[in-house]
Design a protein around this ligand. Structure first.
Ligand code: MGD
Ligand code: MGD
Ligand code: SF4
Ligand code: MO
Length: 744
C-alpha cells in the first residue's frame, strides 16, 4: 500500500496516564435517578456545569471532595430541561474526566528515522506553529482557504477566532449529517425550524407519531422524561420503524415499514386525513395556503397505493390516521432529528410538517409550542471582516443550504474537484470526522492534499491520527464555556465553570483561541483576561451575577411574550413569504424543486444483501463515549441485529462473529457479533452507531464491534440543502475472516 505524508498514525509518544478512580467509588445510576446513596453530600462542594456528553445541555452539579476529586454528577433540580435527573450518559460524563487515555500534551507530527511519529510539544511551540501556518495560508491563499470543521462548545470559540481571522469556511456535522433537512423543511412550511431542544409539547400530547425517531434509545433527556410522563397519562403512540425499537414496544401501533418508503406512508396519511375529512378545517382555512392543490396532489395516494410500497396494510394506514385525528390538535408527528436517510429528506420533513399542519398541531397545546430564549448580549468586539468567499459559496448548488455543508468543505480540499475556491488547511475541533462523516476514502484523500491539519480534541480519537498538530482540550468539567441559552417553554441561562483544574497539560478551547488570536494580531477580538470575564459581563446584562449563578447553576426567566400557544382569536403571522403555513411551497417551486413532497422509489438491497441501518444506544453518544470507562462498562461493543429467518439462511448462531462487506466491497475492520431477533425486518440489519474504533490508543474501545460509518461508502445527497443520506448502503455477511490490512 502506498504511504503518504499524512498517514494515519498512532500517538506513540503519549506518556503514562494519571491513575483514574476505580468505578466502584463513583455512583453510576443505571437509569434515571436510581442512585446509590454512597456519598455524604455534606462533605462535598457543588460546582455548577451543564452536561457536554450530548447537545441537550442539561444543567448539573459536579460534587468535588476535600481532596479535589470529582465524585459524582447530578442533575440540577431547578433545570426545566432535566428536572434534576441526568441520563445515564450524563451521569457517566465523569468518565470523560477520569479517562486515562486522554490527550495529555500538545503533539506535533515529525519524521524520525523515516517514520512519522508524534512528538510532545510545549504549548508555546504548538501554538506558534499553528499561528504561523494560519499566517502563511492567509498570505498565500487568503484566510478563506483555512476551514474550520467543528461541533459543540469548542467549535464556538474557534468560530469566533476564524471569523476574526477572515474565514467563514465553517461547517459542522449537525447540519448535513444530522438535522439540516428537518430544519429546512419545517422552516419552508412554518417559517421556523423545530430547534434544539425541539419545541414538541410531548408532556401534553395525546398522540405521538414517531417516524424512525427512537426516543428512549435516543436519550435526549426531557424528551424521554416527557414521553414517559405522557405514557403514564395514556398517550397513544404510533411508531414507524423497520425495527421494534424500545418505544415501538410501548406503542399502540408499530408499523414495521419497508425502509426508505416513509414518503409513501406520509402521503397516504395525508390522503386519509383529507378524503375522510379528518383534518382541522378551521385551522387549515385560517392558517395555511395551498390546501386545494394539496388535496388534488394526494388524491391518488390511497392506502391501497401505499401498501405494496411500504408493506403496511391499508387498514393499518387508515386506523393509524384516524388515531392521529381523534387526538388532534394534541397530536405530534415528531420531526425527528437525525433525518439524513435517503436523500429526499427535506421533502420527507416537509411531508411531516404538512401532516402537522393538517392536524392543526403547530402552536397548539400537546402539539408544538412557541419556544423562547434569552437575549444575551455579545461581549463587545470589532465587526468581523467580510471574507471573499465562504462555506455558502462552496454549497451554492444547494439553494437551501443555510449552514456550511461538511461534505462540500471536504471536497473543496480535493485538487481535482476544486476550481476557484480551494481549501488548503483545516482545523478540526470536537468532531471525529472519520466516524461522523461517510465516504472515508474521500476524507482521506482530502486530508492528504491539505497543507496543514490541526485537531483539537480531548481524546486520541481517529481524526487525531491524521493531524500535523494536536491540541489537547480539557473536558467540560475543567473549564468555562459559553452560557447555555436554550430555547424552551420559558427562557433560562445555565453556567458551566471549572469544577477542578485541567488535568495533565490540557487547556480550554477559549484559551487556545485567544492565544492564537493574539499571535495573529487579533487581540481586539479577545479583549479580556479570561473567559470568566466574558461570562461575568454577560450575566450582569441579564440581571444576575457570577456569584448568584455559582449558587443557582441555572436561572429561569419569565417569557417576554404571553403566548406559549397560538392566540385563537388573533391572526397568526408565520415567517414565510405568504405569512401563512405553506402547504404548497412557491419557494421550492421557484428554485426548481417539487412544491409538494412526492414519492420516489429508492434502490432496494440486491440479492444476498441487506440494508444497513443504525441508531443510538441509551448509554452512548456517537463515537465519543465508547472509551469512557464508566459508559464502556455498560456497553462495550455493538451487535448485529438480524432477523432469525435470515440468520438461518446464512447458518448463523447467536454471538457468532461475522464481518460485513458492503456493495462497494468495503469490509468492516473488525468482526461484530450476531444478535438474532424478531425485532428487525428480514430485509435489514441494524447496529448501534459509534463503535468499531480503530485507534489503539483508545484502549477500551479499540476493535470492539463494527463501524457503521466505514460501511457507508455511498451517499444519497439531498439536492435541496446538501444533506448526506446515509441509509442507501447494503451489506452481505462474511463468516470467515477476510484477508486484509488491519488499520492501526
Ligand atoms: N454513520 C453515521 N454517521 C453519523 C451518525 C450516525 O448515526 N451514523 N450520526 C450523525 C449525527 S446525528 C451527528 S449529530 C454527528 C455527530 O458527529 P460528531 O460530533 O463528530 O460525533 P463524535 O463521533 O462523537 O465525535 C465527537 C468528537 O469530539 C471530541 N470531544 C468530546 N468532547 C470534547 C471537548 O470537550 N472538546 C473537544 N475539543 N473535543 C471533544 C470527541 O473525542 C470526538 O472526537 O454524526 C453524524 N454522523
Ligand atoms: N443515547 C443517545 N441519544 C442521542 C444521541 C446519541 O448519540 N446517543 N444523539 C442525539 C442526536 S445528535 C440525534 S440527531 C438523535 C438521533 O435520533 P433520532 O432522530 O431519534 O433517530 P434516527 O437516528 O433518525 O433513527 C434511528 C431509528 O430509525 C430507524 N430506521 C432506519 N431506517 C428507517 C426507515 O427507512 N424508516 C423509518 N421509519 N425508520 C427507520 C432505525 O431502526 C432506528 O430505530 O439522537 C440524539 N440522542
Ligand atoms: S441528555 Fe444526557 S448526555 Fe445529553 S446533556 Fe442531558 S444528561 Fe447529558
Ligand atoms: Mo445529531
Amino acid at each position: 500500500m502506498e504511504t503518504t505524508r499524512r498517514d494515519f498514525i498512532k500517538i506513540s509518544s503519549l506518556g503514562a496516564g494519571g491513575v483514574a478512580l476505580t468505578s466502584t467509588t463513583i455512583p453510576l445510576s443505571g437509569i434515571f435517578g436510581k442512585k446509590k446513596p454512597a456519598l455524604d453530600d455534606e462533605k462535598l462542594t457543588k460546582i455548577p456545569t451543564y452536561c457536554d456528553i450530548c447537545f441537550w445541555k442539561c444543567a448539573a452539579w459536579a460534587f468535588v471532595d476535600a481532596t479535589g476529586k470529582i465524585r459524582k454528577l447530578e442533575g440540577n433540580k431547578n433545570d426545566l430541561l432535566d428536572r434534576g435527573r441526568l441520563c445515564p450518559r450524563g451521569t457517566g460524563g465523569i468518565g470523560a474526566y477520569y479517562d486515562d487515555d486522554r490527550l495529555k500534551t500538545p503533539l506535533v507530527r515529525i519524521e524520525e528515522d523515516g517514520e512519522q511519529v508524534f512528538k510532545e510539544a510545549s504549548w508555546e511551540e504548538a501554538l506558534d506553529l499553528v499561528a504561523n501556518k494560519m499566517k502563511e495560508i492567509k498570505e498565500k491563499h487568503g484566510p478563506e482557504s483555512f476551514a474550520l470543521l467543528k461541533h459543540g462548545s469548542p467549535g464556538k470559540h474557534f468560530a469566533h477566532l476564524f471569523q476574526a481571522y477572515g474565514s467563514n469556511t465553517i461547517a459542522e456535522p449537525a447540519f448535513a449529517q444530522c438535522r439540516g433537512p428537518r430544519d429546512v423543511g419545517f422552516k419552508l412550511t412554518f417559517g421556523k425550524p423545530p430547534g434544539s431542544p425541539e419545541n414538541t409539547d410531548l408532556r401534553d400530547a395525546k398522540c405521538i407519531v414517531l417516524i424512525g425517531s427512537h426516543i428512549g434509545e435516543n436519550m435526549h433527556n426531557s424528551q424521554v422524561q416527557e414521553l414517559s410522563d405522557a405514557i403514564d397519562k395514556g398517550v397513544s403512540i404510533i411508531t414507524v420503524d423497520p425495527r421494534l425499537s424500545t418505544v415501538a414496544n410501548k406503542s399502540k401501533f408499530w408499523l414495521p415499514i419497508r425502509p426508505s418508503t416513509d414518503m409513501a406512508l406520509l402521503l397516504s396519511w395525508m390522503h386519509v386525513l383529507i378524503y375522510e375529512e379528518l383534518y382541522d378545517k378551521e385551522y387549515v382555512e385560517k392558517n395555511t395556503t395551498g390546501f386545494e392543490e394539496l388535496k388534488k396532489h394526494v388524491r391518488q395516494f390511497t392506502p391501497e397505493w401505499a401498501y405494496p410500497i411500504t408493506d403496511i396494510k391499508p387498514e393499518m394506514i387508515r386506523k393509524s390516521a384516524r388515531e392521529m385525528a381523534i387526538s388532534a390538535p394534541s397530536t405530534i408527528v415528531h420531526p425527528g432529528r437525525h433525518v439524513v436517510w435517503y436523500g429526499d429528506d427535506t421533502q420527507r420533513s416537509r411531508a411531516i410538517a404538512i401532516l402537522n399542519a393538517l392536524l392543526g398541531s403547530w402552536g397548539r397545546r400537546g402539539g408544538f409550542y412557541f419556544s423562547e430564549k434569552m437575549r444575551i448580549p455579545k461581549y463587545p468586539q470589532p465587526p468581523y471582516p467580510k471574507p471573499k468567499w465562504d462555506a455558502h459559496t462552496l454549497s451554492h448548488h444547494f439553494p437551501f443550504a443555510n449552514h456550511g455543508v461538511t461534505g462540500d468543505v471536504i471536497k473543496a480540499s480535493l485538487i481535482e474537484k476544486t476550481k476557484e475556491h480551494h481549501v488548503k488547511a483545516w482545523m478540526v475541533a470536537g468532531t471525529n470526522l472519520t466516524k461522523s462523516v461517510p465516504e472515508r476514502a474521500v476524507i482521506e484523500s482530502a486530508i492528504n492534499e491539505l497543507e496543514f491539519l490541526v485537531v483539537v480534541d480531548t481524546m486520541p480519537m481517529e481524526i487525531t491520527g491524521y493531524a500535523d498538530v494536536i491540541l489537547p482540550e480539557c473536558t467540560y468539567l475543567e473549564r468555562y464555556d459559553q452560557l447555555r441559552n436554550s430555547s424552551w417553554r420559558t427562557p433560562s441561562v445555565a453556567l458551566r465553570m471549572p469544577a477542578v483544574k485541567p488535568k495533565y497539560q490540557s487547556k480550554p478551547a477559549w484559551w487556545m483561541a485567544k492565544q492564537l488570536g493574539e499571535r495573529l494580531g487579533l487581540q481586539d477580538y479577545f479583549d479580556y483576561e479570561d473567559y470568566e470575564e466574558v461570562i461575568k459581563w454577560q450575566l450582569e446584562h441579564v440581571g444576575t451575577s457570577l456569584e448568584e449563578m455559582k449558587h443557582l447553576g441555572v436561572k429561569n426567566y419569565d417569557r417576554r411574550s404571553k403566548n406559549l400557544y397560538m392566540d385563537e382569536k388573533a391572526t397568526q403571522k408565520f415567517k414565510t413569504p405568504s405569512g401563512k403555513i405553506e402547504l404548497y411551497s412557491q419557494k421550492l417551486k421557484d428554485a426548481g424543486f417539487e412544491p409538494f413532497p412526492v414519492y420516489k422509489e429508492h434502490e432496494r438491497p440486491p440479492k444476498n444483501y441487506l440494508r444497513m441501518i443504525y441508531g443510538r444506544a441509551p448509554m452512548h453518544t456517537f463515537s465519543k463515549t465508547v472509551n469512557n470507562p464508566y459508559l464502556n462498562e455498560l456497553k462495550n461493543e455493538n451487535l448485529l441485529w438480524i432477523n432469525p429467518r435470515v440468520a438461518k439462511k446464512w447458518n448463523l448462531h447467536y454471538g457468532q462473529k461475522v464481518w460485513l462487506k458492503n456493495q462497494d466491497g468495503v469490509i468492516s475492520t473488525f468482526p461484530i457479533k450476531v444478535r438474532m431477533t424478531e425485532r428487525i425486518r428480514w430485509d435489514s440489519i441494524y447496529m448501534v452507531h459509534g463503535f468499531g474504533h480503530n485507534n489503539k490508543n483508545l484502549t477500551r474501545a479499540y476493535s470492539k464491534g463494527a463501524s457503521d460509518t466505514k460501511l457507508i461508502s455511498k451517499i444519497l445527497t439531498d439536492p435541496i440543502m446538501g444533506g448526506t443520506g446515509l441509509r442507501g448502503n447494503f451489506v452481505t455477511i462474511l463468516t470467515e475472516e477476510p484477508t486484509k490490512n488491519i488499520e492501526s
